[in-house]
Design a protein. Structure first.
Length: 349
């Protein structure tokens, strides 16, 4: 081999080696991401009478004059929000509350902006008198539903019914398991009694989490919902024992990425009497915050509130508030009275 050929051979070898190293490094640094979202969609009812629930106000003949036209407008508006939530591809996993039934969820995700994704739906009819339910929607091409459970609840009044907590066990593509719990706790109407009810809901949820953690200490928990309480309120801060400082985390504890948005930045998802409330939150188990190595981990500062200009009131004393469907009995034709929330988890290979 001539010296010239030898030089060319070694040059080719070095370039091939560097290319392979670069390719390996690129593959090594690849990561998967999951966007979790939650949205209170403000009374997403169909127009059909269900004799088993109190849905009279959301019928064409009811006080809200809930016509097919208004229903279709609501679906179109909500699909626009969902398609913008958390990423350009929308969320991978989305919790919903204030839905009437599974059919309205199916109608929502068959809208033009959402219909090209293979969505799975986890839902059951709750015991709420108005038929208000929660649901979980997920991208079925990369996420599999393993089980669906109702978390039992108690109320101060045993005759009173509310929304069940939905607990879905999900399998991700890399064989990791998540328990995602979707919540819609009792409203703030009722003063001290309603706070006691939310604390009872938190106690039951904590019991469920502790029971699972005792058997499966490495499982991932994601709690999402309209808790009708803020991060610093007793039900979340004390009863669920949710931390907001990383150094306070211990195995089996929970972390709230929305604490700073609420307490420090004074932001919120719901505006009541011109004051912001962070009622909608996504809470994570400790291992999703401190996870090391090949584990899912919360992407720092990825927790957010989607509040794009077209989702807001543009005039009057509530300017900047969520552009809702109804203000009392007045039809506005907006989106929802809540802004949705989202965050991102990452798995590095």
């Amino acid at each position: 081999m001539t010296s010239k050929n030898t030089f060319l051979f070694f040059l080719f070898f070095i370039l091939t080696f560097l290319t392979n190293v670069g390719y390996a490094q690129k593959n090594k640094s690849k990561s998967q991401r999951l966007v979790f979202g939650f949205y209170n969609v403000e009374n997403l009812f169909d127009t059909l009478d269900d004799p088993k629930i109190q849905d009279e106000e959301f019928l064409p003949s009811g006080k809200n004059q809930w016509s097919s036209s208004r229903y279709l407008t609501k679906l179109e508006h909500l699909s626009k929000v969902v398609s913008n939530l958390g990423s350009t591809n929308g969320p991978d996993i989305l919790g919903l509350c204030e839905i009437e039934n599974r059919m309205v969820v199916e109608h929502l995700f068959s809208q033009e902006l959402l219909k090209n994704t293979n969505w799975g739906i986890a839902h059951f009819d709750s015991r709420d008198d108005r038929g208000i339910d929660v649901a979980l929607v997920y991208k079925a091409d990369k996420i599999k539903l393993l089980s669906l459970t109702r978390v039992p609840y108690k109320m101060t009044d045993p005759e009173r019914k509310t929304r069940d907590i939905l607990a879905a066990e999900l399998l991700m593509g890399n064989k990791d398991t998540f328990f995602v719990l979707v919540n819609h706790w009792p409203s703030r109407r009722g003063g001290d009694a309603s706070e006691q009810d939310r604390c009872l809901m938190a106690k039951q949820e904590k019991h469920f989490l502790d029971s699972v953690f005792l058997i499966r200490p490495k499982v991932n928990f994601v709690l999402m919902g309209d808790f009708n309480d803020e991060p610093e309120n007793k039900s979340i801060d004390v009863v669920l024992d949710v931390k907001h400082e990383i150094q306070a985390l211990l195995p089996g504890t929970l972390f709230n990425p929305f604490w700073n948005l609420s307490v420090v930045e004074n932001l919120g998802t719901y505006n009541y009497q011109q004051a912001w409330n962070q009622l909608d939150q996504i809470i994570l188990s400790e291992n999703l915050i401190l996870g090391k190595g090949k584990k899912w981990k919360y992407v720092p500062n990825s927790a957010g509130i989607l509040s794009l200009p077209w989702m807001k009131e543009t005039e009057g004393k509530y300017i900047g508030s969520p552009y809702r469907t109804f203000a009392g009995a007045k039809y506005l034709g907006g989106y929802s009275d809540h802004f949705p929330v989202y965050l991102t988890l990452e798995f590095k290979n």
